[in-house]
Write a protein that binds this ligand. Structure first.
Ligand code: TYD
Length: 149
């Protein structure tokens, strides 16, 4: 599949840069409908979806990286920040619009912080859940991130 994602935001992600993606929005008097379709808004097939909600005040999530997985992250309600790190540079993306998502590719360490009360975050991802595909240890991640650069 060709790369259909625009490149915006901090240059983080040495294999595939993190970037904000404008999703296709259909507005009419009944409200808004937002679409995410592989080959259009994202360049990977969606093999799993999950969402986070009821995040307590000041809670932080993430603190991991993925070896292969690609994902689109959307704040479908509320807001939060995603802090990304590719072992060389860091960036911070604010997610506060259900019609804009953050694409995060492989070999990026990420933290999710600054959740507004009532936030619901949606993850559309390219792989089935596989704990062995995660980096949970930052030093291990960093060693491999430096090695592939
Ligand atoms: P975790 O990776 O810690 O979430 P976050 O990245 O938001 O901080 O996942 C929390 C728990 O959920 C952990 O026990 C793993 C489990 N989990 C699944 O079983 N399947 C999944 O698809 C995901 C994303 C997590």
């Amino acid at each position: 599949m060709t790369d259909v994602l625009p490149t915006t935001g901090p240059a983080v992600g040495r294999i595939s840069p993190c970037r904000m993606v404008d999703l296709t929005e259909h507005t009419d008097p009944r409200g808004k409908l937002t679409v995410v379709e592989p080959g259009k808004e994202i360049d990977f097939e969606i093999r799993r979806a999950y969402y986070i909600h009821h995040v307590p005040e000041n809670a932080e999530r993430g603190a991991h990286g993925h070896r292969r997985l690609r994902q689109l992250i959307v704040a479908v309600h509320g807001s939060f920040d995603v802090v990304v790190d590719d072992g060389f540079a860091t960036g911070r993306f604010r997610l506060d619009n259900p019609s804009r998502g953050l694409y995060v590719g492989p070999m990026v360490w990420r933290d999710m912080v600054n959740f507004a009360p009532g936030t619901v975050g949606l993850w559309l991802v390219s792989e089935p859940y596989d704990e062995s595909e995660y980096y949970r240890d930052y030093d291990e991640y960093l060693k491999d991130a430096k090695a592939i650069a």
